[in-house]
Design a protein around this ligand. Structure first.
Ligand SMILES: O=C(C1CCC1)N1C[C@@H]2C[C@H]3C[C@@H](O)[C@@H](O)[C@]2(C1)O3
Length: 130
């Protein structure tokens, strides 16, 4: 119904702003584009559902998210993939895992800081009814 569409439009505006802030943070450049499977031939053997910030942004525009929880589930997927594919003790893997954890914490902090909880409840109600 109409006010539901207004709520979801506001959610999309909100999520685009957060996604843009994460994507322009230099620390998170490694998460901005899909992993290049030419460069990393075994990636899809290990990671069954790749995700990145550019894909996240396009999902917003495709109305894939009807509450912040769904958006954060895809952030968690980016993080999980990075931890799973880069598990070693090497400095490089540790660096990637550290950045992945930072991405998750920043995303949750942005949502918490800017998301009014009644607004999220309204979005969840819409999701429950669909
Ligand atoms: O997992 C990732 C991204 C980092 C978070 C997502 N990659 C897998 C490869 C292993 C490591 C070094 C490079 O080979 C580079 O291609 C990747 C990209 O980083």
């Amino acid at each position: 119904i109409c006010q539901e569409e207004n709520t979801l439009r506001e959610l999309r505006i909100f999520l685009r702003d957060i996604c843009a802030k994460l994507a322009r943070n230099k620390q998170f450049f490694m998460f901005t584009k899909p992993v290049d499977v030419e460069e990393v031939p075994d990636y899809l053997d290990i990671i069954k559902e790749p995700m990145d910030l550019e894909t996240l942004m396009s999902k917003i525009d495709k109305h894939s998210y009807i509450c912040a929880r769904d958006f954060l589930d895809d952030i968690d997927l980016i993080v999980r993939n990075a931890l799973e594919y880069n598990p070693d003790k090497s400095a490089e893997d540790k660096h990637i895992r550290h950045r992945a954890c930072s991405l998750r914490d920043k995303a949750y902090a942005f949502i918490k800081a800017e998301m009014d909880s009644d607004f999220e409840d309204t979005c969840r109600d819409i999701r429950e009814k669909r």
